[in-house]
Design a protein around this ligand. Structure first.
Ligand code: RP5
Length: 170
């Protein structure tokens, strides 16, 4: 997916996580960063998990976004098998509203880090932006696009509430 070679790989535990991961994809597309999306379930497809994590580096992947819900062991398991930075997105699960996912992902014992983002769509959006920041350290093109994104975002926050009506009508 994406025109360019994938630098970011998104792994999600289930196709049902796609509604959250759309927020990552939107940002990666806007910044024109090559990406791939895979469904990798730590407990339902363990063999796929192993080959996914162990082959990521040789495929040229530089950042992994891993989204999972419930007893969300996917990001930690991926991180255990690669030194590529892993950004964990806790899915806003049905019964515990993502608190389960958040605690499962964020509480990694010292030694194998997972950079954990917020629960749900805001976390997915920020995971993509953080991936872009990491890539931007060695990629001027991405750095410029990220600066433009930030400038536009700043411009979209108007000082006077009344100004929003005319701004939104543009
Ligand atoms: C996790 O279980 C997935 O990441 C998903 O968030 C959750 C529920 O999966 P489904 O029952 O929708 O397949 O593995």
């Amino acid at each position: 997916m994406g025109e360019a070679a994938a630098l970011v790989s998104i792994a999600m535990g289930s196709y049902s996580d796609m509604r959250v991961i759309e927020s990552s994809i939107k940002i990666l597309q806007e910044l024109e960063i090559g990406y791939e999306v895979k469904i990798v379930s730590a407990h339902r497809t363990p063999n796929r998990l192993y080959s996914y994590a162990q082959s990521a580096k040789s495929k040229g992947i530089q950042v992994i976004i891993a989204a999972a819900g419930g007893a969300a062991h996917l990001p930690g398991m991926i991180a255990s098998m690669t030194t590529i930075p892993v950004l964990g997105v806790p899915i806003d699960s049905k019964h515990l509203k993502g608190i389960d996912s958040l605690l499962s992902i964020v509480q990694m014992p010292g030694g194998v880090p997972v950079g954990t983002l917020a629960i749900g769509a805001p976390g997915a959006k920020n995971a993509a932006l953080l991936a872009a920041s990491i890539l931007a350290l060695n990629n001027r093109n991405i750095a410029e696009k990220l600066d433009i994104f930030r400038d536009r975002q700043t411009q979209s926050i108007l000082e006077e509430p009344e100004a929003y009506e005319s701004y939104q009508a543009r």
